[in-house]
Structures are given as C-alpha cells and as structure tokens.
Design a protein around this ligand. Structure first.
Ligand SMILES: [Mn+2]
Length: 429
C-alpha cells in the first residue's frame, strides 16, 4: 500500500453507524468496483468503490460485504468475500488478500472465498425482510455502463422477486457526508501533498513552459509523496483557456503576460483534495490581473466564514454570487444600474461567474450530500469563487477545502494564495 490506512476501529465504527440506520431484519450488500476493460488485455487502473472502502478499508477487486445484523447466527451477521488467489494469479498479478489480512484491515471476522458466496447469500436473504442494494445516485450523472452494483441488483431481484429491496445510497450519503477524524487526517494529507505540488509549480512555471509540463510537475510530486495520482483529471489552463470551465487538453504554451489557472488535487488513500490556484506565467501580476485576483480572494475569505452548521450549499452559493456581483461592479464589468434592470433569469454576474462555488469533498471529489442539506460540523466542502473575463484573457479561480464548524477550518491554509506570496515564491525560480 502506498498509504497508511486508518486502524480497523474506523471501519468497524462506520459499519456500526450504518447498522443503526437499517430497519430490523435487513441485509445490506456492497460490491467492489469492476476492473474496467480498456482494450486488448488491459484494464484501466483499479479504483475501489467508495462505499465499500468506507465500510471495510478493502482496496482490492472482487470483494463483497454482506451485513445482516439481526441474523440468528452471530457468525453470519457480517461476512466479507474475497478472491482466493491461485498460483498463476500470484505470478502474474502479485499478492492478493489472505483471509487474515481481510480481518486485520476491516475488523470483519468471517471471511470467505467467493465460491461460498451463492449459498451464504441465499441463507442471509431468506433470513431478511429488507435487502439494501447499492447504486450510484449522484445527481446530474448517468452512465450506460452496467457497473457491478447495478448488475448485481438486477441479478438478485430475479432470484428473490418476493423480497423487499431498498436503496442503500441515501444512507451511505448521510454517513459519508460527515467526516470522522481519521478521514480529516487522510484529507489533510491529500491537501498537503497538493501543496507540495503547487510549490513545485511556482518554481518551474515560466513563459514557454507547456501546460502539460506543469501537469507533469504536479504528477511527480503526487507520486513522490505517496498519492495514487490525481483525484480527477487536472485543469492546467493558461490565458483564455482558463475560461473553458472543464478544459482538460493541457496542451498549449504558457505565454508571457498570461495567467495560469490550475484546478488539481492529489488522491491519498482514496481521499481527494480539490484545489484551484491562479498565477501569472511570468511571475508578476499586471495591475488589472491583480485587481481581478484580489476581488476573487476577498470573496473567498468572506465565503469561508459561511461554512458553519445550518447553512447549505445553495444558501452559501447565493450569498457568494451577490458578493461577486459587487466586486464585478467595482471592476467596471457592469454597473449597479445594469443590475437593477437585469433579467433575473439571466443575471449580469452569470456572464463572468457561471459555476457553483462549492461542493462536498471526501472519498469522491464531488462527494455525497445534498445541496439543501443543512451543514453539520465535520462536513468538508470546497470554496471556489471564480471570475472569467474572456475578452481580457482573464480566468481566475481560487479554491480551498474547508471543514464545517462553528469556526470553519481550512485544510488548505498552508497553500499560498496572496499575491505577494505567489510573486515572491516565483521570484526564487
Ligand atoms: Mn472543486
């Protein structure tokens, strides 16, 4: 393992929290993610199912957990299934978990090989009234790929059509949204590695550098420090490319006088960082760039104060949009009068700041949680105001990762963001 995994008490506690949410006589089933085929005999790099990792710590393909907390036989209340490695697997793919290792990592005592799955599943289903099945339920996302949990749901419904099937995803979302101390530690580590990468970028960026070379500097620091890599495809966007919100080409030259917007984050032990920074390619902001940058930075500092219990994503977003509107008037992008007579369905600010300014962060970069769910201490969200003035080749986003609390805590507090700080660090190239 490249990372230090939390003690199994963390995973045991996570399962206890889920069990509390299950009605009596329930069975919950969570599968490992598929190994996704690429081409020929290759797979894409394996990434564990976030819910399975959260409940077990297991970071290997073909694991399944069955949780049946009211089963009359105590030994069957929690079972993990895993693949039994044969000699050829070990030679070609390396070590696979032993039963003892599964117990050490997850704290589950009953570990079985996959060939015992069908009979034990039958036993547990027949002792249960409700069967909770997992599925990706992220809003605004759909896929035509029949992934493992989905195929499994279809299969088990055919086998046991009289059972009462229920959605596990909303329960998992409730649990995962509020982070345990072990998780904050993992996320802090992901953010700290991202900080190292940013400082490397400050030292290596200059006119003539290609965007992908900036990306390479990030990747180098990530891997050198035990991250599995990028938590999501990084955006390295110079000049007007910064106004393309999901720019991923990263193939242009960074030019003298342009800004460079980077949205990037390390993944450490399956936990994501999500940071954005904007720097001048040549090491010095122009007066106009500085004015625009400081406008976004002022808003960010005010916005972080809103990450307190009771607030919501939508409420914070609305307040921040008002703050940005005021800054835009200050920057001469439009006037108060324009705002007074604007079409409320298409406000003036929208032309220069067209994305949401926060989302949950955790095992997934766009983590579970609702936009109108009141914040609770221990939730982690990004704070990412932006300003995009395509006509002026200016695209700015500054993004930090904030833990909700009466006093919000900034995981990214050590990542440089002041104009002077950035310019000074770039001077030392
Ligand atoms: Mn983000």
């Amino acid at each position: 393992m490249r990372y230090n995994i939390p003690k199994n008490s963390f995973f045991i506690n996570n399962r206890a929290k889920l069990i509390k949410k299950l009605p009596k006589n329930s069975l919950a089933i969570i599968n490992s993610n598929d190994e996704m085929p690429r081409n020929g005999d290759q797979n894409f790099p394996f990434r564990q199912n976030s819910d399975l990792f959260y409940l077990t710590g297991l970071d290997q393909e073909k694991c399944i957990i069955l949780m049946c907390p009211d089963h009359p036989e105590e030994i069957k209340r929690e079972i993990v299934f895993t693949v039994k490695a044969n000699q050829s697997m070990v030679i070609w793919n390396g070590h696979r978990y032993t039963k003892e290792e599964v117990t050490d990592i997850s704290g589950v005592n009953n570990v079985q090989w996959l060939d015992a799955f069908d009979m034990l599943l039958r036993d547990l289903v027949l002792h249960s009234e409700h069967v909770f099945l997992n599925q990706i339920e992220y809003f605004k996302y759909q896929t035509e790929v029949p992934y493992k949990d989905l195929r499994f749901a279809n299969e088990i419904k055919l086998k046991f059509p009289q059972h009462n099937f229920k959605r596990l995803a909303p329960l998992m979302a409730d649990l995962r949204a509020v982070k345990e101390p072990e998780e904050l530690e993992m996320m802090q580590k992901a953010v700290d590695i991202t900080n190292k990468a940013f400082r490397k970028v400050l030292k290596t960026t200059r006119p003539g550098v290609m965007e992908y070379q900036v990306e390479a500097a990030m990747s180098y620091e990530f891997l050198m420090n035990g991250a599995s890599g990028h938590a999501y495809p990084p955006i390295v966007a110079s000049g007007k490319n910064a106004c393309i919100l999901h720019y991923l080409d990263n193939d242009k030259e960074c030019k003298d006088g342009d800004l460079l917007l980077m949205d990037f984050g390390a993944e450490y032990g399956n936990y994501a960082a999500d940071i954005s920074r904007t720097i001048p390619v040549n090491g010095k902001f122009t007066p106009r760039q500085k004015d625009c940058y400081n406008a976004v930075l002022r808003v960010m500092k005010e916005a972080i104060k809103l990450y307190v219990p009771g607030n919501t994503i939508n409420k914070v977003d609305a307040q921040v949009k008002k703050m940005m509107e005021k800054e835009m008037i200050g920057l001469g992008l439009f006037t108060q009068e324009d705002v007074n007579k604007q079409n409320p369905d298409n406000p003036k600010y929208f032309q220069y700041f067209m994305h949401g300014m926060n989302h949950y962060l955790g095992l997934d970069v766009h983590d579970v949680g609702g936009k109108d769910t009141p914040f609770v201490a221990g939730m982690v969200l990004t704070c990412e105001p932006g300003l995009y003035i395509a006509d002026e080749n200016i695209g700015i986003r500054i993004e930090n990762d904030i833990v909700v609390g009466d006093t919000p805590f900034d995981l990214s507090r050590n990542i440089p963001r002041e104009v002077d700080e950035i310019e000074n660090l770039m001077l030392k190239r």
